[in-house]
Design a binder for this molecule. Structure first.
Ligand code: C2E
Ligand code: CA
Ligand code: CA
Ligand code: CA
Length: 279
């Protein structure tokens, strides 16, 4: 086996080689998949803790490869971002989610709000606001029924551009939430600047709230801060009754997690809506 140190390391190390081949293979397949639209959108219910009812859903993309079967977004979203394929893929997911939500409106659920993940790469496309407007017009979905989930990243450097885009999005009437809150950068400073609607507290904090005092303290503080700033708080990845109890006691507004439901195919989501399951 080769040792570290030489320039040859990257070229000849068998593991590295396997990895880059795997990556290349994945990229080729991903490109084809985007062309052939081999993706599906699943929907995970978002629950209002005040009413115990579903008020919306997060759209989560799934790749059903003809041979490999289901590929999870954790495996291909990072590559899609690196290669720029997230731009066409993200537009497809956005349109699909809006179409589906409009269809559900007609079926008797007129106030469901769909959350769509937007990567910074998409957000920085020069025609991004136009894309949102066009998609809403084409799918006939009411703007108030669309929420864009934006993750805080290092890419949030260009504050004036982001602020302008956020303002234009708000003029259209869509909602904005900050995803994975607490895991990124300079969170607090721009929370005030951007005036978002919802703060999604990352599941890494929720996971330990009932066993780790620090996580509990952070989540308590984030919920209190959201309330003061008049931003809704949503806890991600809620799995246990103990976590739910804690979040209710702290006055968290909304939750998402396996305790209520995993992400569902559209027909499964419809079934759940019909039962109108309460938490
Ligand atoms: P995310 O936006 O933070 O989405 C939440 C993830 O947590 C989802 O994973 C969901 O299935 C999972 N989850 C929900 N409840 C629970 C729970 O109670 N316990 C645990 N352990 N996990 C839970 P998923 O669907 O595998 O997606 C992973 C990530 O991929 C997403 O994280 C998001 O960053 C990205 N992603 C998914 N769809 C899209 C998309 O259409 N566009 C973009 N840009 N990113 C996407
Ligand atoms: Ca998300
Ligand atoms: Ca998240
Ligand atoms: Ca996440």
């Amino acid at each position: 086996a080769k040792e570290k140190g030489g320039n040859n390391f990257q070229l000849y190390h068998p593991e590295m080689n396997k990895r880059s081949l795997h990556r290349l293979n994945l990229e080729i397949h991903l490109r084809k998949a985007v062309e052939k639209e081999e993706f599906h959108v699943y929907y995970q219910p978002l629950v209002d803790l005040g009413t115990g009812k579903i008020f919306g859903m997060e759209s989560l993309v799934r790749w059903k490869h003809p041979e490999w079967g289901m590929v999870s977004p954790g495996e291909f979203i990072p590559l899609a971002e690196e290669t720029g394929l997230i731009v066409p893929l993200g537009s497809w997911v956005l349109k699909e989610a809006c179409k589906q939500t409009y269809a559900w409106s007609l079926m008797g659920y007129p106030r469901l709000c769909v959350s769509v993940n937007i990567s910074m790469n998409q957000f920085h496309q020069p025609n991004f606001v136009q894309l949102i407007e066009d998609t809403l017009r084409e799918t006939k979905l009411h703007p108030s029924q669309l929420c864009l989930e934006i993750t805080e990243t290092v890419a949030m450097k260009n504050v004036s551009y982001i602020m302008e885009t956020m303002e234009n999005l708000k003029k259209i009437g869509v909602q904005i939430s900050i995803d994975d809150f607490g895991t990124g950068y300079s969170s607090l400073s721009y929370l005030k600047k951007f005036r978002v609607h919802t703060l999604k507290i990352d599941q890494s904090f929720i996971r330990d709230i009932t066993v780790d005092e620090d996580s509990a303290a952070i989540v308590t503080a984030l919920i209190a801060m959201s309330r003061k700033l008049k931003i809704k708080s949503l806890a991600e990845g809620v799995e246990t009754p103990e976590q739910l109890r804690f979040l209710k006691d702290q006055g968290c507004d909304e939750i998402q997690g396996y305790i209520f439901s995993t992400p569902l195919a559209p027909d499964q989501f419809e079934e759940l809506m019909k039962k109108n399951k309460l938490l």
